[in-house]
Design a protein around this ligand. Structure first.
Ligand SMILES: Cc1cc2nc3c(=O)[nH]c(=O)nc-3n(C[C@H](O)[C@H](O)[C@H](O)COP(=O)(O)OP(=O)(O)OC[C@H]3O[C@@H](n4cnc5c(N)ncnc54)[C@H](O)[C@@H]3O)c2cc1C
Length: 395
């Protein structure tokens, strides 16, 4: 694509928003700001040689408002109207739409804006917000481990395979937890892109961020063999280690977006839903107050986000600190027995008080004393700092 490196920033324009990082959140924000505001330009500085990386990004379609989902259409590569979950004692199909977009789709979505000159790229340049005093800068440089965020970890290794015969998987299996439970909660994640093409990912909700690719690769081989897909080619591979927030007391005022800004869904570690919502919040703020309004809009949205995610962080503390690693699957097995509407509301952060009670009430899948000990977020952070020190994380 025509993503050419350009000369370093010299202009200080009131109509130019500056974004550091051309990953998912940086590009979605640039795209939305430019679509909503025909009179502004966006400059994106990216350290690598190309934009959008090499990823696939998935989300429930009910996590995003219909208007923004329609806007996102050029990015979406695959869409399914249901998905399965599988546990030792429960199998279920949920009629919740599931979507996946990829790096190619994201590059194609912003290509017309680059060609028009309204989205200006500087590739191969490393930058930090303090390099641009007095400018409206959004920091989208991806995840960094911080002392004021305490996460558990979702880590995975995945392969897109091309099978010689149809693999027989009709729609996504977002959790196949019928596999041996090691290193926390373990499940396979399957995304069937076609009758013979599929993402097969071995995933762990773990206390540790260490990823042993060789060990996991061998387990993927075993799974593929057990399913009868041995006759296949590997088209591409991916791996990731994502934070699943248990507690945070981070400063709300920074203009960091995406994973840098702590905008991940605590329940999944995913960022697409918040990245899309925040892109629109920034775009509307720019429409009302110009590009200078963008950093403040991010800070305001973080305040809302931290409040909305509070309950999910509590569940993560129960999951990672109260449930024993080999029994964590029971928590999810129970959760996926609840009503579909509640599950939908859970993922889009729209739980009612009744829903929240419903999730916690009943025969507890975690020991009560450990549950009580991890209730308070403030006490959790205080305890962590006392026992681990400011820079030491549990991983
Ligand atoms: C393999 C993988 C699969 C994932 N799947 C999903 C999924 O299915 N659904 C979902 O919601 N989430 C998923 N995630 C999580 C999350 O959505 C992604 O990590 C997402 O890319 C985060 O977006 P971001 O914009 O915060 O950071 P990134 O997309 O990582 O972008 C950060 C960008 O900043 C650039 N950069 C860094 N430092 C500098 C600097 N100093 N100067 C200039 N540029 C810099 C980087 O090169 C990069 O391009 C996945 C993550 C991984 C790794």
């Amino acid at each position: 694509m025509a993503a050419q490196a350009q000369s370093p920033v010299t202009v200080t324009s009131e109509r130019e928003l500056l974004i550091l990082g051309a990953g998912l959140s940086g590009l979605l924000t640039a795209w939305r700001v430019l679509d909503v505001n025909p009179d502004v330009t966006v400059r994106v500085i990216e350290q690598s040689g190309r934009i959008a990386g090499d990823h696939t990004w998935s989300f429930n379609d009910s996590d995003i408002t219909p208007e923004l989902l329609a806007w996102l259409a050029p990015f979406i590569a695959h869409r399914w109207d249901r998905y399965d979950v599988r546990f030792p004692r429960r199998e279920r199909t949920l009629n919740i739409g599931y979507c996946t977009g990829g790096s190619e789709g994201l590059r194609a979505s912003v290509a017309p804006l680059i060609e028009s000159g309204r989205l200006v790229l500087e590739l191969g340049r490393t930058a930090a917000p303090e390099d641009f005093p007095g400018r409206a800068v959004l920091d989208a440089r991806g995840y960094e481990l911080r002392d004021d965020e305490l996460p558990g970890w979702q880590k995975f290794v995945g392969r897109v395979i091309k099978t010689a015969e149809p693999h027989g998987v009709k729609h996504p299996v977002i959790m196949d937890a019928t596999v041996e439970q090691v290193d926390g909660y373990r499940f396979f994640y399957l995304l069937p892109y076609s009758e013979t093409e599929m993402l097969v990912e071995d995933t762990y909700f773990s206390d540790s961020s260490n990823l042993s690719e060789n060990e996991i690769g061998a387990r993927i081989d075993d799974y593929i063999r057990d399913k009868g897909w041995s006759d296949h080619r590997v088209l591409r591979s991916e791996k990731g280690v994502l934070p699943m927030m248990m507690a945070t007391d981070r400063d709300e005022r920074s203009a960091q977006i995406g994973l840098r800004g702590g905008f991940a869904v605590a329940a999944t570690g995913f960022t697409v839903p918040h990245a899309v919502e925040l892109a629109d919040v920034v775009a509307q703020a720019v429409k009302r107050g110009g590009v200078v309004a963008a950093p403040g809009a991010v800070a305001d949205f973080r305040r809302v986000h931290l409040r909305r995610e509070r309950y999910a962080r509590l569940l993560n503390r129960m999951f990672f600190r109260a449930a024993s690693p080999e029994k964590r699957y029971i928590v999810l097995q129970r959760f996926y027995g609840l009503r579909e509407g509640l599950i939908r509301r859970f993922y889009r952060n729209g739980l009612t008080l009744r829903d929240k009670a419903r999730i916690l009430i009943g025969k507890p899948p975690v020991p009560v004393n450990k549950a009580i000990a991890n209730m308070s977020e403030t006490a959790f952070i205080r305890r962590h700092r006392r026992t681990k020190g400011p820079h030491e994380h549990s991983s």
